[in-house]
Every structure is written in C-alpha cells, then in structure tokens.
Design a protein around this ligand. Structure first.
Ligand SMILES: [Mg+2]
Length: 302
C-alpha cells in the first residue's frame, strides 16, 4: 500500500520515511501542504496519508479540510501528526475530519499499528464500493457504475477530440432459454456470456450489464470501424460457443445482436446521444434478423 507523508521538518520526515519503508510501504514524500494537496488531486494518489499539523503555508488541517470537501471516489484515511498533546488540541484536530492522530515524537510500533487500522478501513471501504459497483451475477460493472464511467470517458473524448466507441448487445430470444431450461440455466448463460465479452475486449475497455440480458461496452480510443471489428469478433465467439448444463449432453447456444456507434468528429457529444445511437443500431440489428452487428450509419428507414 502507498502512503503519502507531508512533513516540513527534515529529520522527522526522514524518520517517518525510513520507518514506513522498513515496514514495506511505498512512500510518497512531500515537504509541505501544497505539495501534498497537488499529489492528492492526481488520479490514483495514495489513500493513506500522514499529515503534519504545523507546516508553513497550507497546514495539515487545511489539507484535510480540502480533501473532505471534494467529491471523491475513494476514501482517504488521514493520520495527523502533531506536537500538540493537550486534549483541546487533539479534539480540534479530530474535529477537522482526520481519522486519527499521533503525537510527536511517536513510538514506531504505535504508528505501525495505527497504520494497520487505517489499511483495514481502506480495504473495507474498497470492498463496499466494489459491491455497489459490480453486477452480482456476472462480475461486470452494474448499470450505474458503467454510466458513471461512460460520462467520464465522453467528457474526456470531447476534451481531447478523441475516439470513443460504444457497443450495446442483446442476447437473442433469451426468454426462451429461461422458459425451456429454467432461470438457473439462464443465469449460467449470462455468466458465460459475460466471460466471453471480457475475453474479447481489451484491458482498457469497460463492460457493464445494462439490463437483464443486455450488455454494454465502452471502448476508449476506438473508432467506428475498429468497434465493428471487435463487435463482429465477439458475435462469432458467442455464436460458436455454448453453455453446458450439468445434465449430460445439454448444451445451450445463444446468439446476440449488436448495435454500435462511436464519437467521430461532431463534437461535443453527450452520453445520451451516444447511447441512443447505439440503441437505434441495436434495434435495427434486431429487425435485420438478429445475430448481427449494425452501426448507426447503416440504419435504413423503412
Ligand atoms: Mg511541522
């Protein structure tokens, strides 16, 4: 786990760094509140932070106040380092929103165990966040988490004039699977389907379960043509694979229809515009006999 420290005093900073490194932490060292705040605003900054209270410029309390005041995905666990040990000082420190405090000079072992408490809380928090973001059956992103990610990717692509592909997929005649083999078999089919999607997407694509048997994939940096190639690859994989039930010799084959779109040139896009283009393409694929990939440019009004 990575820990950020902010301490203006060189000797104390060195002691902290040495101790943390010895205990196996990866340490990001800063000398004041400004440096710490700059790093904490970056993506993937440490979730565990040790802040000295008294620092020139922005002090530890101010960094805490700013951290607590922003919208954040992950909780940052803050330990305040202070030379002040009077109860009223400690209360003022805790009141600012820190999780814990350590009085300087500190005992190594005490700091070590307090860090373990922090780690435990961060892990718990990450587990809860994951539970809230992941579709229980398939392990993919749930609809809400997918939409959040898509919003972020759309605004990034608008900003950078980049490509962003979107694929919406619906399993053909899924109701028949449930009606014929039961819902448990239906769940197995959905799980296998999700595995196939994961296998045929790239590491930076993001995949969500959009509805019952509807799935959705965001493909950063991908234009319409590339999007079509990937969708077609997935379609073929789905068509040729099957879910086997425990009963001998029972295989369930499904096919799927694909609607694709991509952000190309006509910026700015909105998430709604992108979704509805893919949705219309999917509708067109359904009307074109299913088990096919259609993009929004192919839609023919009949
Ligand atoms: Mg200081």
């Amino acid at each position: 786990m990575r820990i950020l420290i902010a301490e203006d005093e060189p000797i104390s900073r060195r002691l902290l760094e040495n101790a943390l490194t010895k205990w196996g932490y990866e340490v990001v060292v800063t000398k004041n509140g400004e440096e710490a705040w700059n790093i904490l605003q970056q993506e993937n900054s440490p979730n565990l932070v040790i802040l000295d209270w008294m620092m020139p410029g922005m002090d530890g309390i101010e960094v805490t106040r700013r951290l607590r005041g922003r919208q954040q995905d992950n909780y940052v666990y803050i330990i305040l380092l202070t030379a002040r040990s009077r109860p009223e000082d400690i209360i003022a420190g805790l009141d600012s929103g820190v999780d814990d405090y350590i009085v300087k000079p500190f005992f190594d072992e005490e700091l070590r165990y307090r860090l373990k408490i922090g780690e435990r809380i961060i892990r718990l928090e990450q587990r809860i966040l994951n539970l809230a973001r992941i579709d229980y059956l398939t392990g993919l992103l749930n609809r809400r988490a997918f939409m959040e990610r898509l919003e972020a990717e759309v605004s990034r692509a608008n900003r950078t004039r980049g490509d962003l592909g979107l694929i919406i997929i619906d399993i053909d005649f899924f109701k028949r699977v449930n009606d014929t083999y039961g819902h448990q078999a239906g769940d197995l089919v959905l799980q296998d389907f999700a595995k196939n999607l994961t296998e045929f997407c790239r590491g930076y694509d993001f995949i969500g379960r959009y509805g019952g048997e509807e799935f959705i994939i965001g493909l950063p940096g991908t234009n319409l043509e590339e999007c079509g190639i990937i969708a077609e690859r997935i379609r073929q994989q789905i068509e040729t694979s099957h879910t086997s039930l425990d009963e001998e010799g029972v295989f369930i084959n499904v096919t799927a229809s694909f609607g694709i779109t991509a952000m190309e040139k006509a910026y700015p896009y909105t998430t709604d515009k992108l979704i509805s283009a893919a949705d219309n393409a999917l509708y067109f694929a359904k009307n074109s006999g299913r088990n096919t990939v259609k993009n929004y440019k192919e839609i023919v009004n009949k």
